[in-house]
Design a binder for this molecule. Structure first.
Ligand code: SF4
Length: 264
């Protein structure tokens, strides 16, 4: 097991090609690069192999790379993965197409690897590839050196009722402000459960509206997970949609759509 990374290497869990399963860009073809390491430990986490608290020994000795999309057959490459190796893996996974290759940087938390991303993202730009960052949205200060080379930021706003962790409203607010000031396309996703309160939705919507009322907000019903509560009732979801729409212009309910391929 290894957890080290640098400007030229990063600990990765897996690389595969599939489609985006969450948020306002759901259904887009993407190549996923899943980083090891996360400072959070959400009770509903569906990628526990990426979470630092659940893997105290560090990243796995190798990163798995899916040979064919949806095949569930993998080759292993040693960790930490060198940037040049990752670029060639992505090159092999993309197919000839008119649309540019889009790479989802996910985890874990990719922003724990800023020096590596500072080196990697300009390489994506050189190749005409698009970058889509999935982040917990609570690490202000880390996105600034990357923002000019990012195409989309999908930022979470974590509610204590869903994650089982303490609130970080101010960190989220600062992060969203940095996205806004950096002029990157971004939206906010909030996982909601049967335990979520009206006050949490009111507070979340207010935090986002304070940055800009036009930032899209996605309410994502919790996918059932042991110990994490259940998905909210439909009437409750619609009530929250209405509530958030009082201060935001683009609020949507979008469930997770990974199930069709089994990818997360
Ligand atoms: S932020 Fe994401 S990767 Fe980290 S523990 Fe929560 S769900 Fe898992």
């Amino acid at each position: 097991m290894t957890g080290a990374g640098s400007e030229r290497t990063a600990p990765l869990v897996e690389v595969f090609r599939s489609y985006q399963g969450e948020g306002i860009h759901v259904g887009r073809r993407q190549i996923f690069v899943r980083f090891f390491g996360c400072h959070r430990n959400c009770v509903y986490c569906d990628t526990p192999e990426s979470v630092t608290a659940r893997n105290p020994q560090g990243a796995p000795a190798s990163c798995r790379v899916e040979n064919q999309p949806g095949s569930n057959q993998f080759q292993e490459i040693p960790n930490p993965v060198r940037m040049e190796r990752l670029l060639s893996v992505i090159d092999e996974l993309q197919i000839v197409e008119t649309a540019p290759c889009e790479i989802a940087l996910t985890g874990g938390e990719p922003l724990l690897h800023v020096p590596f991303l500072e080196t990697l993202l300009p390489e994506f730009r050189c190749r005409g590839w698009r970058s889509y960052l999935e982040t917990t949205g609570d690490l202000p200060g880390r996105i600034q050196p990357l923002i000019s080379n990012l195409d989309v930021v999908a930022a979470d706003l974590k509610l204590p009722s869903a994650t089982g962790e303490r609130e970080r409203w101010e960190k989220h607010a600062a992060f969203f402000r940095e996205c806004r000031e950096g002029n990157v396309s971004f939206f906010v996703k909030v996982v909601v459960s049967s335990r979520t309160s009206n006050e949490e939705i009111r507070h979340a919507a207010a935090v986002i509206a304070d940055v800009s009322p036009t930032v899209p907000l996605v309410l994502q019903p919790l996918t059932a997970a042991p110990g994490a509560g259940s998905s909210p009732a439909p009437a409750q979801l619609i009530a929250w949609l209405d509530q958030a729409s009082r201060v935001l212009t683009d609020v949507r309910i979008i469930p997770q759509c990974h199930a069709a391929t089994g990818n997360r």
